[in-house]
Design a protein around this ligand. Structure first.
Ligand code: SAH
Length: 196
């Protein structure tokens, strides 16, 4: 397939914010993802109390699900509206604080303390700010990243992973000539070369 048709496409942060404002969030699912259910054991390998990262988290309901299982969840999302909707839709009280290392960023944290959501670009994060993670749930994240930023995104994700961590990645298979994305088409050989 001619994936060249997507490689120069860019969706700006402003456009993502607009999608949230307009309610154009067809990517959001009310039900937990069946593939997370199916591969949960791969993510956890029997361990409890893990730190799980949700890149480009939106208001993914799986964050609540993993937190309820006793894990601690960290997400990052440019849309503050998305994060506030997450807490309000699950009736979770939260507090807000600035992130000293990142100008303009905020951290929204559940009062119970086990869900921390950063409102900023993922490219502003580093392991010195958020620490490292035992598991990553990447659904609608790599495939939402602009094709020109993929390498940067993956390099950053690798720096955020503990030695024995598991990374679950959901991709979408389709003819990239028929849909301009996002989600973008990320061919399997590219995934292999990105993650090495
Ligand atoms: N993972 C979520 C949302 C997928 S849609 C889910 O499963 O529902 C991609 C999300 O990434 C959007 O909510 C968009 O606002 C956010 N986003 C896009 N670029 C971003 C960036 N550079 N940093 C953080 N969030 C970003």
């Amino acid at each position: 397939a001619d994936i060249g048709s997507q490689k120069d496409r860019v969706v700006t942060e402003e456009e993502w914010l607009q999608k949230w404002e307009m309610g154009n969030i067809g990517f959001h699912k009310e039900q937990g993802h069946p593939l997370l259910r199916k591969y949960l054991d791969v993510l956890l390998s029997g361990r409890s109390g893990l730190r799980i990262f949700f890149p480009l988290c939106g208001k993914a309901v799986e964050m609540k699900w993993l937190a309820d299982m006793g894990h601690s969840v960290v997400g990052v999302e440019v849309s503050e509206q998305a994060l506030k909707e997450f807490f309000s839709e699950h009736s979770l009280p939260y507090c807000e604080e600035p992130v000293p290392e990142i100008s303009g960023a905020k951290k929204l944290q559940s009062t119970s303390g086990n869900i921390s959501l950063y409102c900023c670009s993922i490219y502003d994060l580093s392991s010195s700010i958020v620490g490292k993670f035992d598991g990553v749930w990447d659904r609608g994240a790599l495939v939402a990243v602009n094709p020109c930023d993929r390498q940067r995104y993956v390099s950053l994700m690798i720096t955020l992973m503990e030695k024995n961590s598991a990374y679950l990645l959901v991709t979408v298979s389709y003819d990239p000539n028929k849909h301009k994305g996002p989600p973008f088409y990320v061919p399997e050989p590219e995934i292999k070369s990105l993650f090495g």
